[in-house]
Design a protein around this ligand. Structure first.
Ligand SMILES: Nc1ncnc2c1ncn2[C@@H]1O[C@H](COP(=O)(O)OP(=O)(O)OP(=O)(O)O)[C@@H](O)[C@H]1O
Ligand SMILES: [Mg+2]
Length: 465
């Protein structure tokens, strides 16, 4: 059997054509020895290949002789996925991890708390080098290692999880849920990448097949613009003025989400968007007088919970009512930050603000906001900075402000701002044609970073595309 990397044009073809049809059978793993979409708490593995039908997620045991296989889209740079694989292998104490996008094929081995790159070749070389690969992670090889081990796998002291060999798709602990999840993207510091995160995370999720709704709660309406909804030239043509998020939160018995949502043209598959408007600034006073306006979004989102998998809410750089509405309505929070001193100091406000909102949420029987973490955003690509300063800055966020830091980092790259600034000419008219990074430059580093972010978030919120 031969493998041709040209067969793999997307992630699911890497999974089916390389891993399921070629790699696993060639390495001796018949259908009873591998499992797809395996969940261990928050960890979701693409594939787990085993020599024995029993797998213990007990962390204290010696590394287990099995293989985690993670498949990526052919456009993805595998370097961005090594940190996550390290976490999987160390947490589950699994000996081998394969990372591949069809073009690049790598085998990593767990060495204490880090991974060693044991083998690497191009997709086109996999067939020629299959013997070498089999000699590292083939079933016969790993079964041999297992019998030589002093503690056989099946005698591990605590068997936490037992895989049913007949089942191909298993959820060992928490099943991936399909309940609509709402994430607010918030920081009271301006310009840290909230809008950029909202737009590109929405696009990444939509490409994974999730039904996504964006809500713009910022009177600057940058997300509304970036979603491609502001193509008009004059105020007369402004169709958003009377149909935007203000209507949703002001009117209790009309202006429901399906009536106000528009299709954003910035990405494909399309994403629904509830636009914002510059008038939100003065309209805030009307809402402050109306106590129920804080709850309308919660109520109206509840009515569309079967229409969407994911709702992303972009917020203003402020502690104002719109920010409150967002934080009351969300289940989860992402806090983009460039980690510079002002942004970090601002985290104290964010923390106090969250405490205030959580208190209010308690009154309406909503659980506290689940903080997914601070997202390092607009991070300098300078190698010395990344090595020396960035880890310290990330640690400050955890130690001083008590926020978790997401693993994914979004670096400062021109492609991201160029994607939003994209336009087309119609005669002598310049028409804004903003794009997500996936639609503007799918092979870019930024696209890979947002793909990584989407995967991390999906894992953390227990959604699976
Ligand atoms: N990773 C990045 N690399 C390069 N430019 C970026 C990046 N992230 C954001 N930008 C640019 O920085 C500016 C501010 O970003 P963005 O609008 O996303 O921030 P924001 O937090 O939403 O700002 P505000 O608080 O005003 O709403 C924009 O011009 C955007 O294109
Ligand atoms: Mg913004």
């Amino acid at each position: 059997m031969k493998f041709d990397p040209k067969l793999c044009r997307n992630e699911s073809e890497v999974e089916s054509k390389l891993i399921v049809q070629y790699l696993l059978p060639t390495l001796g793993y018949d259908a009873s020895k591998w499992h797809q979409e395996v969940a261990f708490g928050s960890i979701r593995l693409d594939f787990l290949a085993l020599t024995s039908p029993i797998f213990s997620s007990n962390r204290d045991s010696a590394p287990k002789t099995c293989v985690v296989i993670e498949a990526k889209h052919p456009n993805q740079n595998l370097n961005f996925h090594v940190r996550r694989l390290t976490r999987y292998l160390t947490k589950l104490q699994v000996m081998y991890g394969v990372l591949t996008n069809g073009k690049d094929f790598r085998i990593y081995e767990l060495m204490g708390d880090r991974l060693d790159l044991t083998f690497q070749c191009q997709g086109s070389e996999i067939t020629d080098k299959i013997e070498k690969i089999s000699d590292i992670i083939g079933r016969a090889k790993l079964a041999g290692l297992e019998t030589n081990k002093s503690i056989p796998l099946i005698n591990l002291p605590i068997q936490v999880d037992v895989i049913d060999p007949a089942s191909k798709s298993i959820s060992l602990l928490t099943p991936a849920s399909k309940i609509m999840k709402t994430i607010a993207i918030y920081h009271n510091k301006g310009g840290v990448g909230k809008t950029t995160t909202t737009i590109n995370l929405a696009a990444a999720m939509s490409r994974k097949g999730l039904k996504v709704l964006i809500i713009d709660l910022d009177s600057q309406a940058n997300t509304t613009y970036a979603a491609g909804l502001m193509k008009f030239d004059t105020e007369e043509d402004d169709t958003l003025k009377d149909s935007n998020i203000y209507n949703v939160v002001f009117y209790p018995k009309s202006n429901y989400i399906p009536e106000i949502a528009l299709k954003g043209s910035f990405t494909y598959p399309e994403v629904d968007v509830i636009p914002a408007h510059i008038n939100l600034i003065w309209q805030e006073a009307n809402l402050i007088d109306k106590e129920s306006s804080k709850l309308q979004l919660v109520k109206k989102l509840e009515l569309v919970k079967d229409n969407y998998d994911l709702v992303l809410i972009d917020t203003p750089p402020s502690l104002n009512l719109y920010a409150k509405i967002a934080l009351i309505a969300c289940d989860y929070l992402i806090i983009p930050s460039d980690l510079k001193p002002f942004a970090n100091e601002g985290l104290r406000n964010v923390k106090n603000f969250i405490e205030e909102i959580d208190e209010f949420r308690g009154f309406i029987s909503r659980s506290p906001i689940n903080i997914l973490g601070v997202l390092p955003s607009k991070i300098l690509t300078n190698a010395n900075y990344i090595k020396a300063t960035l880890p310290k800055q990330e640690k400050v966020v955890q130690d001083r402000y008590g926020f978790p830091v997401l693993e994914t980092r979004i670096f400062q790259r021109e492609d991201l701002s160029r994607a939003i600034d994209n336009f087309v000419m119609e005669g002598d008219r310049q028409i804004p044609d903003p794009k997500s990074i996936f639609d503007f430059k799918p092979d870019s580093m930024s696209a890979a970073e947002f793909e990584e972010l989407a995967n991390e978030i999906l894992e953390k919120i227990g959604l699976r595309s």
